[in-house]
Ligand binder design. Structure first.
Ligand code: PBG
Length: 357
């Protein structure tokens, strides 16, 4: 029989090895020496052993932008989310900055009359999103501005790329995405977030940014973006849903695949992404964890419009506790390895956290 002291040493050695990933989890001494409830008895103790933290620094707030002055319009499928005219978006960004949110992500609702087959409005230096970027960067202090790079707000068919003979053409789309990216960088966008899932776009955009003097513009690649049914309310919000011809299965990922997500992420990092994103969120936490473990780069996750709608709808019916579910879902992203979360709950969550929740 080994002495208690030897047992302790053996246990500690085992823990260290396990932490290094050399051996699988080993049994603890067992009950009653181990009573896992001991550490959970009081709030101070739970705080002391907590493995994951959540703060406003982790949250990015997506804002939908519309034309006009002092205009707001409800997104029907996202109760509590409004599209805002630029002046109100500036105020919203100020609120976000006061709550210490590091960044906002802007999504324009483009007037249907401006949408065409070529997505030409995406290249207009005075388009809605470029004006919104300039206004926020000009008027709000310390806050980052993120813009999607993708053509779906601008195409008459609702696809993220150009349709050539009925197919979304990869290489012709990338050419336009590069010009869209430069247009948004020129407007002052801090982080460009290609959400289109074309092959090779990160490399092409990075090269164009370098050669045009935008060496500090960050790229957040929607690297593992799935062809998901959770984007429905978003497409209502930007008005692309009703227009969408067909589906996005030829460019967004098959929800059945995980290995492929690692290839997507690996490519985007190799091509010059500063951060990568997994999308949707809660149903894809396994992907978040695998990406973080495999690449050790800033890994973001998008709590999508459909996830927002589900939580809000269930809470409205009194079936779940809204505030607790919001914070629990955000904590889950952090626990899975996410460094930041795009969430429509960003303002509410930051308020809750500032109240010590
Ligand atoms: C556009 C884009 C989408 C989302 C972010 N950027 C929709 C899509 O790809 O169809 C989804 C966001 C959400 O559902 O909250 N490429």
């Amino acid at each position: 029989m080994s002495s208690p002291r030897e047992k302790t040493v053996a246990l500690r050695t085992e823990r260290i090895k396990r932490a290094r990933g050399k051996t699988p989890a080993t049994p603890e001494p067992g009950f009653p020496a181990t009573r896992l409830r001991r550490n959970r008895r009081s709030d101070w103790s739970r705080r002391l052993v907590r493995e994951t933290t959540l703060s406003a620094d982790d949250l990015i707030w997506p804002i939908f932008v519309i034309e006009g002055k002092n205009q707001r319009s409800q997104v029907a499928s996202m109760p509590g989310v409004e599209r805002l005219s630029i002046d109100l978006a500036v105020k919203a960004a100020e609120t976000a900055a006061e709550l210490k949110l590091p960044a906002v992500a802007l999504f324009p609702y483009t007037d249907p009359s401006l949408r065409d087959e070529e997505a030409s409005e995406a290249l207009n230096p005075n388009n809605l999103v470029c004006r919104a970027v300039r206004a926020i960067k000009g008027e709000v202090g310390d806050i980052g501005v993120i813009c999607d790079v993708a053509l779906d707000p601008y195409t008459s068919h609702g696809h993220d790329g150009l349709l050539i003979e009925g197919e979304v053409d990869n290489d012709r789309t990338v050419e336009v995405l590069v010009r869209q990216a430069l247009n948004q960088a020129e407007a002052g966008c801090d982080i460009l977030a290609p959400s289109d899932m074309m092959d090779g776009r990160i490399g092409a955009i990075r090269e164009a940014l370098e050669t045009n003097g935008f060496t500090n513009t960050q790229l957040l690649a929607y690297a593992a973006k799935y062809a998901s049914a959770f984007y429905g309310p978003f497409r209502d919000a930007v008005g692309s849903g009703a227009m969408l011809r067909g589906d996005k299965l030829t460019y967004q990922m098959d929800p059945a695949n995980a290995e492929e997500a690692l290839r997507e992420v690996g490519q985007d990092i190799a091509e010059g992404a500063d951060m990568v994103m997994v999308k949707p969120g809660l149903p894809y936490l396994d992907i978040v964890r695998r990406v973080k473990d495999a690449f050790h780069v800033p890994t973001f996750v998008y709590q999508t419009s459909g996830e927002y709608a589900m939580i809000v709808a269930a809470a409205e019916r009194g079936w779940i506790d809204r505030e607790r579910v919001i914070l629990e879902s955000l904590m889950a992203f952090k626990r899975a390895g996410a460094d930041a979360i795009l969430t429509y709950f960003a303002i509410e969550a930051a308020q809750l956290l500032s109240e010590g929740r």
